[in-house]
Design a protein around this ligand. Structure first.
Ligand code: GLN
Length: 489
């Protein structure tokens, strides 16, 4: 097996036994990046020097037996999390030259655990998008078919983990940005409960929805990353002071005693037939593994989630993005006077999708429309949340597809915002409700990966890990890697 193909726990075993050094592992990953990056374009910045320096430090720690499961393991960070001294662009012209003077809490925690950071991952500008086509810099390709999108907005991180350009990654998820690209690239992506992981140092998109989570090659790795990044942070007032369990304890390979529900509204109209088949087979497998499955659950408010999201998220985004005025930091354009300078800064600095969201949000919050749009969306949000609460009185978890289709072609949806927004129809309600969602590889349809989404009540990540782990161990779908070399792509 190539070194860059290892999982965190496999790499850790080799590092611990000194069968490989952190430096060797890091060099293998950096060489691999140089090789495949031309094809997939997953990185905004490759931080080779930083990585080699951290690898040498990790080797020192290993020598003195002071290692954690993440020490010396190469990782990629989505480019919307602040990294001290390293550009954090949000894949936007607005922040192209922004170098943060501090680390996000999650980055600090990973550094303390001995992370080797190999770079910053490409994304849709300010995390607005589902395909990475809204990056202001370049499009990332799906390694399973280079003509297709990797999903978004954490497309760069998903691709890097899937190809071996990083062993794990951190992404952010406001409406599906971890889970949807994870599903499209055949990796494991977790959006934790709102408040479970600190967002200090995450560039804000929609603050009541944003969460940071792990993107990994298997469920055990996801548990290992969560063990480090979860927990209360006084610097993030929305982070919750609730005990963090050892998530690896939930990796049990059977589902005896668990009650699962399948909400029929997630098998939406327009869903790809092959995806539905994969899902039905996957759920039958969960039954075989010991779970009781109710195939006929109804969450009738699901149909309003997309509309509510596209009021709430742009409204919050519009307020959050007001800070980019060309004065405090980031891109700045000269003008005749203050207003002219601000208009030009924002006009040239933001891309079209970001502007669309700002306009939508401004409209939804404007005096005459606030009640009709924003307030109504918030009421719908409450109904959606309650419906989930009721469902979780009956079921330990709900099972849905992560996306209604396999990865679509580059260019296919980019000119039709509604089509693009529809690709998140299964993931958005989860952020609206603040509950956790895990996407695991479910199988393949026409040679392309399909993700299965597992949902639970707040702070039930352990249950999600247990289900994901049992399924993964029984099927092995996640072990398939894209064959970039073999097919001469
Ligand atoms: N695709 C959704 C959007 O465009 C969600 C993005 C995200 O989760 N950051 O808003």
């Amino acid at each position: 097996m190539n070194r860059y193909d290892l999982t965190i726990h496999q790499a850790h075993q080799l590092l611990k036994k000194r069968e490989v050094s952190a430096l060797e592992l890091t060099k293998a990953v950096l060489e691999h990046i140089a090789h495949v990056e031309k094809k997939v374009h997953a990185f905004v910045t490759v931080t080779a020097d930083e990585a080699l320096r951290q690898a040498a430090q990790a080797d020192e720690r290993i020598k003195s037996d002071d290692l954690t499961p993440l020490t010396g393991v190469p990782a990629l960070i989505k480019d919307n999390m602040c990294t001290r001294g390293i550009a954090t662009t949000c894949s936007s012209r607005m922040l192209e030259n922004f170098v943060p003077p501090y680390d996000a809490t999650v980055v600090e925690k990973l550094r303390d655990a001995g992370m080797v950071m190999v770079g910053k991952g490409n994304m849709d500008e300010f995390a607005m998008g589902s395909s990475n086509e809204h990056s202001a810099f370049f499009i990332t390709s799906n390694p399973w078919d280079l003509a297709r999108v990797p999903g978004g907005s954490s497309g760069g991180p998903a691709v890097a983990v899937s190809t071996g350009e990083a062993i794990y990654a951190l992404g952010s998820d406001t409406g599906g940005s971890i889970r949807q690209p994870a599903g499209f690239c055949n990796i494991v992506g977790l959006k934790p409960t709102y408040g479970r992981v600190s967002r200090f140092g995450l560039v804000a998109f929609a603050s009541s929805l944003d969460q940071i989570g792990s993107m990994t090659r298997d469920v055990a790795d996801s548990a290992l990353v969560m063990n480090v990044i979860a927990g209360y942070d006084p610097r993030d007032s929305t982070s919750v002071n609730y005990p963090v369990p050892d998530y690896t304890k939930s990796l049990i390979p059977d589902l005896k005693g668990l009650k699962l529900g399948v909400p029929k509204e997630y098998f939406v109209e327009g869903m790809q037939r092959g995806v539905e088949e994969v899902m039905r087979t996957a759920i039958a497998k969960l039954e075989e593994l010991g779970a009781t499955v109710d195939w006929e659950v109804s969450l009738s408010h699901t149909k309003y989630a997309l509309a509510a999201y596209y009021i709430i998220a742009p409204s919050e985004a519009m307020a959050n993005l007001a800070r980019y005025d060309g004065v405090k930091y980031g891109f700045s354009y000269e003008g005749k006077n203050m207003w002219d300078a601000m208009e030009k800064t924002r006009g040239y600095g933001f891309g079209p999708e970001v502007k669309r969201r700002i306009i939508l949000g401004t409209y939804a919050l404007s005096a005459g429309y606030y009640d009709a749009y924003y307030l109504k969306a918030q009421k719908v949000r409450t109904l959606i949340r309650r419906e989930f609460e009721e469902a979780f009185e009956r079921y330990d978890a709900l099972i849905t597809p992560t996306s209604p289709t396999v990865p679509f072609k580059i260019g296919e949806r980019v000119d039709d915002p509604l089509q693009m927004y529809l690709s998140d129809v299964c993931t958005l309600p989860i952020n609206i409700a603040g509950i956790p969602g895990l996407s695991v590889p479910a199988g393949f349809c026409d040679g392309l990966p399909v993700g299965m989404q597992i949902l639970g009540k707040p702070f039930s990540e352990e249950v999600l890990f247990r289900i994901g782990y049992a399924y993964e161990q029984a099927t092995g779908w996640g072990e398939r890697r894209p064959q970039l070399e073999k097919e001469g792509k």
